[in-house]
Write a new protein. Structure first.
Lengths: 309, 114
């Protein structure tokens, strides 16, 4: 058996590939890029919600939001660790994000305008993330798959707290309910875009499927998400902004309208409402934190000299 | 949601992008957590830190935010010595030694549970 055949045999047997196993270079590079983009998404994802921590309506909601944002930082760290097992340095990934060579999920390039956005992000954005991440727990690369198991447990808290906060808003005053409706209007389509281009336009789905990095196609995951979410919107009593949304008895699924792909590509390419600000903030935090990293290194060096003496 | 990077029409999917930082990264540490008394520490992940003390602090923040552990070990990753599945096969092939397993022995039913 060639190393390539042996690798594919492990993958086909639903066994996991571990860091020291032989793997095709393209598998390694695809994973580095995907896991890094996933990690960056968690880290950049702290900004839209961090925006509301100081303005949360109650101490309880503020504590929840802080715990959630802290989780996102943790998720970023699990994922950077997983990427590092493939031979990429963590600082290097930061630089690649800051200089625009690496991307992150476009959903975080939309602004969070009202408090209802916090609930809606938990419900829709984390809901979409869970749909994808549950699939990724079955990914062929061991460290990525294990990271996903931990992340999925915590994402469940994220989604439930978001939905519960929307229940409160929707049972509140007319203004509160209108605020929830407005948030759904703004977040619905970007949430559907999170699943990526149509399968027919997706450049690397087939190879990723063969390597079992990806287990379910973009369109199938999107359908799963829509089917799951429509009854949840009904319960809240707010309306999904899609006149084409309709139950299709024959397919056993909801039909839904077409995504604005021009907008999708515009935001992916860097022209969303918040792209520049997100990266500016991230880069500034990195640069302003440089002295802390240097001080920690200097302190560790001094201590180890003392221990040696 | 997808984390494979969408490639815009006209853009190339450059997998080769690398960046030389010119800095030395903090060492990596492996983290082991004992979930409760009476069971072993289990490997839970890894992290970077300048020294053992900050490694432990980071381990607490990253890996035990929900009472996952009552005890945490951190070990410098470079201190881990290992053999891999292929090497193991060279000197142990447990499958050939069925006599090492309790199930290799037939005990008559009338003897009862053994």
């Amino acid at each position: 058996m060639t190393p390539e055949e042996k690798f594919q045999a492990i993958v086909d047997a639903e066994d996991k590939i571990e860091p020291t196993d032989w793997m095709p270079e393209a598998y390694r590079k695809t994973l580095i890029r995907q896991i890094a983009q996933h990690a960056h998404s968690e880290v950049i994802g702290m900004q839209p919600e961090g925006n509301w921590i100081t303005r949360a309506p109650t101490l309880h909601r503020k504590a929840i939001l802080m715990a959630k944002v802290q989780d996102e930082a943790g998720h970023g760290l699990y994922l950077y660790s997983a990427a590092e097992t493939l031979g990429v340095d963590r600082d290097e990934m930061q630089e690649l994000l800051h200089n625009g060579k690496h991307k992150y999920s476009s959903i975080f390039n939309y602004p969070t305008l009202t408090w209802a956005d916090m609930g809606t992000i938990g419900w829709l954005v984390d809901g979409a993330a869970i749909t994808n991440q549950v699939m990724l727990t079955r990914c062929s690369y061991g460290p990525y798959s294990r990271g996903m198991v931990r992340i999925c447990k915590e994402e469940s808290f994220h989604q439930r707290q978001g939905y519960e906060s929307l229940i409160r808003l929707c049972q509140g005053s007319a203004e509160q309910k209108a605020m929830a409706q407005d948030a759904l209007d703004r977040w619905w389509w970007p949430s559907l875009m999170m699943f990526g281009p149509h399968d027919s336009d997706s450049t690397h789905t087939e190879q990723s499927m063969q390597w079992k990095i990806k287990r379910v196609s973009n369109d199938d995951l999107r359908q799963q998400f829509v089917d799951m979410t429509v009854p949840q919107a009904d319960y809240l009593g707010i309306t999904i902004p899609d006149p084409g949304l309709k139950w299709n008895e024959e397919r056993g699924h909801y039909d839904f309208g077409e995504i604005d792909w021009d907008e999708f590509w515009r935001v992916v390419k860097g022209d969303g409402p918040m792209n520049r600000e997100r990266i500016e903030n991230k880069t500034r935090a990195w640069e302003e934190g440089a002295w802390v990293r240097e001080a920690a290194s200097a302190f560790a060096a001094k201590q180890s000299k003392k221990d040696a003496a | 949601m997808t984390y494979d990077v969408p490639v815009a029409p006209g853009e190339s999917a450059d997998l080769e992008e690398r960046f030389e930082t010119g800095r030395e990264a903090w060492p990596m540490w492996e983290v082991f957590v004992r979930a409760r008394r009476g069971i072993s520490h289990v490997h839970i992940g890894s992290l970077h830190a300048a020294d053992a003390e900050t490694a432990l602090q980071n381990a607490r923040d990253v890996y035990t935010r929900r009472g996952e552990g009552v005890s945490v070990w951190v070990v410098p990753s470079e201190e881990i010595h290992a053999f891999e599945p292929e090497d193991a096969l060279d000197y142990v092939d447990a499958n050939e030694k069925v006599y090492r397993h309790a199930t290799a022995y037939d005990i008559p039913d009338e003897v009862g549970h053994m």
